[in-house]
Structures are given as C-alpha cells and as structure tokens.
Write a protein that binds this ligand. Structure first.
Ligand SMILES: [Zn+2]
Ligand SMILES: [Zn+2]
Length: 327
C-alpha cells in the first residue's frame, strides 16, 4: 500500500526538522516574507455554489499549507493561482493538515491526491491528520486502483498512452496527536484538541510563520483551547452559527449544535478573551434551518445577522470570510 503511517508523530518530525538551519532560515526570510491566508472554501455540508467545502490555505514564501480539503479544493486552488498566488497552482499542492474526518472537510481528499498528480505533481502528498486519516487514504487509493494502474502504465500496453509519474499519486499520512506536528523554514504548526461532539479526535491548528501567528478553529463547540492558542494572535479563523437561527430550530438540532458547534454569542466571548488582531468567520453553519429551507431560516442564518450578533458583544476587528478572499 502506498500510504505510510508514522506513529507517533515525532518519528515523522525527525525527518523534517533541520532545527539549526530552520532558525537561520527564519531570520533570513523574516525580512521579506509575507504570509497569505487564502480562503479556498468557507462552506459547510450545504451545497452552496458560492461556498466550497472547508479549506484554508496558508501560503508562505510560495509554499501552500492547506487546512482541510472539502469539495472543490483543487479547482479553488487553481482559481487562487490565477489570481496570482503561485503556491496554489495545483501541481504545487503537497502539504495538508486535517482537522477531523467529517465528510464536508474530507470530500476533496481524492481530488487532492489525484488531480495535481494527473496534471504533473511528481512528489507524494503529505497529509497530517487525526487517527483514521491513514485508513481513509488507503480506501481512496483502493477505490481508484484501476485509474492509477492505467495512468501509470502498470497495465500492459497502456503506459505509452498516458505516462503519469509513478510517485505523484502517493500519500504519506502522518497520524498526529496534539502538539507540534510540523516544522520547516516557513512554519511551525501546532495541533490542539477541540471538542466536536462524538469525534474522539478533532483538532484546531496554530500556524507560526516569520511574520504572523494564525489560529484555525476547525469544527468545535466553545473551547478554551482556542483562547490559549490564539492569545493575542494575528488572525483567528473560527467557525460559527447565529443565535437567531439557533432559537428557531428544533430541540434535537439545538442539542446537536450545542455539542458540535459555536454560536455567535459564544464566539464573541472567546474572541474577547483570545484578542486576535483580526477575527475571520468561516464555516457559517445553519444546521436544522438549512434543511427546513424557509425564508425565516435563511434570514436568521444570514451573514448580516451573524455580523450584527458578533458586533453586539465583540469590539475587535471582524470579517465574514468568502471564498477566494486573501488576508
Ligand atoms: Zn464541518
Ligand atoms: Zn465537523
């Protein structure tokens, strides 16, 4: 099997940590580096054509680090590269971090494995995610075994027709536990545990680059880990739902939201304590209301309503994120 499991994560890190050169490189690159946050997908399971599945790119010195890979990930990356973010050219997508295994965050996994390879990626994809990520990658590769055989010419007589590279479809999965999970000359990435209903492993991530510290919540109910890890960070990217929509959904959906997600009121409290330079709202969920599809629900879960609620009790700078925005 072409997936490679590295447990514990420290084993993987030993291969990635030229610590001395890392320190020098950080000093050298700090002067001219500029970290970009590219919102590739700000959506939820709702198939909203304006909001792709969850995916955030941190781009530093031309290298893209993805967090989650929802529906549309590679096409959104291609769109961002056309806007001038070279690191997001599909063949350059090589490193990704996964918050948890919910389908809306992982539906782009086969896309991220296969599409960049078909268009020319020669290196394996490196994926850092919770336990279970490795099994998911193995199943995807099994599902596409015939496609891979034919494109690589493993099947007799086909190799001369489509000579795709034999390493670019491979996936090195690093199943991680909370802590520093990755470090190179551009970033130090820390995974931290958050509460997301029945998921045993759900992570938020803290990225430290030469010029910025960025915290991404992933999917989470209100969690003190966000405050601890942001602690005056430059940017906090956090999921959220509106209180107005919560008030009109069924008690079953209320219970679901309380266990899995964070309301505007709760996030205002968290952000007040976390003190980010900028709060970006993403994954604006409206579960229980989206299913009802009434105008009342749409208004109660709208972006306008969300910003109004947040600003009622949060004094900091806040924006509602949209696909393909760059911060
Ligand atoms: Zn989600
Ligand atoms: Zn989730």
């Amino acid at each position: 099997m072409s997936t490679k499991k590295r447990m514990p994560f420290a084993l993987g890190l030993t291969l990635l940590l030229p610590l001395v050169s890392h320190a020098i490189a950080q000093v050298q690159s700090a002067a001219n580096s500029k970290t970009q946050i590219v919102l590739l997908g700000t959506g939820t399971p709702l198939p909203d054509p304006a909001r792709s599945g969850p995916c955030t790119a941190i781009v530093v010195n031309g290298i893209a680090y993805l967090v989650d890979f929802g529906t549309g990930v590679v096409r959104q990356a291609a769109a961002a590269s056309k806007k001038g973010v070279r690191g997001l050219e599909p063949i350059n997508l090589r490193i990704a971090f996964l918050t948890h295994l919910h389908s809306d965050h992982t539906l782009g996994f086969p896309d991220l494995i296969l599409t960049p390879w078909v268009v020319g990626r020669k290196e394996p994809l490196e994926v850092y995610g919770p336990p279970g990520t490795s099994a998911m990658a193995e199943h995807i590769l099994k599902a596409y075994a015939d496609d891979i055989d034919i494109r690589t010419g493993t099947k007799i007589g086909t190799g001369d027709m489509e000579p795709s590279h034999t390493a670019g479809y491979r996936v090195n999965v690093h199943e991680i536990l909370p802590g520093v999970v990755y470090r190179d000359q551009n970033v130090t990435v820390t995974a931290f545990a958050v509460h997301h209903g029945k998921w045993a492993h759900a992570y938020g991530y803290r990225f430290e680059t030469p010029d910025r510290t960025i915290v991404i919540s992933g999917d989470t109910s209100p969690d003190a880990a966000i405050v601890e890890n942001c602690h005056g960070c430059d940017v906090l990217i956090h999921e959220v739902y509106t209180q107005a929509s919560f008030d009109i959904v069924s008690s079953a959906w209320k219970q679901y939201r309380l266990a899995y997600h964070t309301s505007s009121k709760e996030l205002a409290g968290i952000a007040t304590k976390a003190r980010p330079g900028l709060l970006i709202l993403y994954h604006r969920a409206n579960p229980g209301c989206d299913q009802v599809r009434t105008e009342e629900c749409r208004e109660a879960g709208s972006e306008e309503q969300l910003l109004k609620e947040i600003r009622q009790s949060y004094q900091g700078k806040v924006v509602s994120g949209h696909d393909l925005e760059i911060y």
